[in-house]
Design a protein around this ligand. Structure first.
Ligand code: CP3
Length: 343
């Protein structure tokens, strides 16, 4: 039995004595303890070594006091397992030297046997669960098929992912073949994460907001729907499609228990769009953690009041920034933990 199951209860819609809290990208560069391991080991070495992934996953639980651990890994281990080379270039981000552009490129990749190619992730999860010793739940995750396609076709980060979009608009059949391959891999990958011990899974659609509402349905949501359906009877799922507030109603209808929102929609409006049968997660502007601590405290309380009691998991609206002082991250978490909604 978990000692702290606030997040699981919030996802079920049960009453909780306070709002639970965690932060996207909570294991990362704002933590000096992470930087020590970053000096010594390469990025994918940290992901692929279960002892390192475990140590990094536990850091924010021990140091910042969040209500959940999230597996330390990256969404780009899936394209790697499918046969694409992925590098992480210091201060530049992901780089895929041979991206997918043609039908011939698609033949170079496959839906892999995940237990063979991603076994290190499942081993890390088993180790993390042992080390957590039931203190808090463990969140597993994967990238949404659309967001992974963006990197697999564009080959690097981008503000617009115009080459990825051009691929979808010029060669829709190929695009859908690729999206289905990613979806099939992701379903197997997340099912194995759950078998290894993940208590919740989150799908990161970081680039969902680049699409029109119609294209979001065609290129993203229909694939995320398959993933949610495949996991539905196993663990709660959280869909985080940054910028795709226009489709909160459709995302709620997938049966996902949680929906992540960013700071460009206010909580009252998000609740109106999403309806009352789903838990909302978010939505503090990560850059606001650079404010003085008293301002953070006031703004967090304002956010909590706007969400109201129940069916809310406090989080940032996107990943924590590397230049956030640790004390500011702690102020965010502590303010949530100390807040009580008036009866
Ligand atoms: O939330 C967590 O603490 C778990 C770990 C996690 C990482 N990446 C570790 C990481 C998670 C959940 C991710 C997801 C991820 N990765 C996303 C979706 C979420 C989002 O932020 O939109 C995306 C788009 C990626 C792809 C990716 N990985 C990018 C664009 C970058 C470079 C930019 C950056 O933040 O440095 C990475 C590298 C990465 N993934 C780092 C970490 C801690 C930084 C690596 C380092 O320099 O140490």
């Amino acid at each position: 039995m978990l000692q702290n199951d606030l997040i699981l209860r919030a996802l079920k819609g049960e009453a909780t004595e306070r709002t639970p809290v965690w932060m996207m990208r909570q294991a990362g560069r704002y933590l000096p303890e992470y930087m020590v391991l970053r000096e010594k080991y390469g990025f994918f070495e940290r992901c692929q070594t279960p002892e390192l992934a475990c140590a990094i996953t536990l850091q924010p639980v021990d140091l910042v006091g969040v209500d959940a651990a999230i597996l330390f890994s990256d969404i780009l281990v899936v394209p790697q397992a499918m046969g694409l080379e992925v590098q992480l270039i210091e201060s530049k981000g992901p780089y895929l030297p041979d991206p997918i552009k043609t039908a011939a490129d698609l033949k170079r990749i496959r839906v892999p046997e995940v237990t063979e190619t991603l076994g290190y992730v499942f081993e890390a999860i088993r180790l993390i669960k042992r080390e957590l010793n039931n203190r808090v739940p463990l969140i597993g995750f994967a990238g949404a098929p659309w967001t992974l396609l963006c990197y697999m076709v564009q080959g690097k980060g981008s503000k617009t992912f115009d080459e990825a979009k051009a691929f979808c608009y010029q060669q829709p059949e190929l695009a859908h073949q690729l999206l289905q391959m990613i979806t099939d891999t992701t379903i197997a990958y997340l099912q194995e994460q759950v078998n290894a011990g993940a208590d919740v899974v989150q799908i990161f659609d970081s680039w969902g907001g680049l699409l029109s509402p119609d294209d979001f349905e065609i290129l993203s949501l229909q694939y995320m729907r398959q993933i949610v359906a495949a996991l539905h009877d196993k663990v709660p799922t959280i869909l985080f499609a940054k910028g795709a507030w226009h489709s909160l109603d459709k995302m709620a209808a997938t049966g996902a228990q949680g929906l992540g929102i960013d700071w460009c929609i206010d909580p009252v409006m998000a609740r109106k769009f999403a309806g009352n049968q789903v838990t909302l997660q978010g939505n503090f502007d990560p850059a606001k953690l650079l404010s003085p601590i008293p301002v953070i405290e006031k703004e967090v309380e304002k956010m909590l009041a706007a969400f109201g009691p129940g069916r809310h998991i406090a989080n940032l609206g996107h990943g924590i920034l590397p230049n956030v002082p640790v004390d500011h991250a702690k102020a965010f978490v502590h303010t949530v933990k100390n807040y009580r909604h008036s009866k």
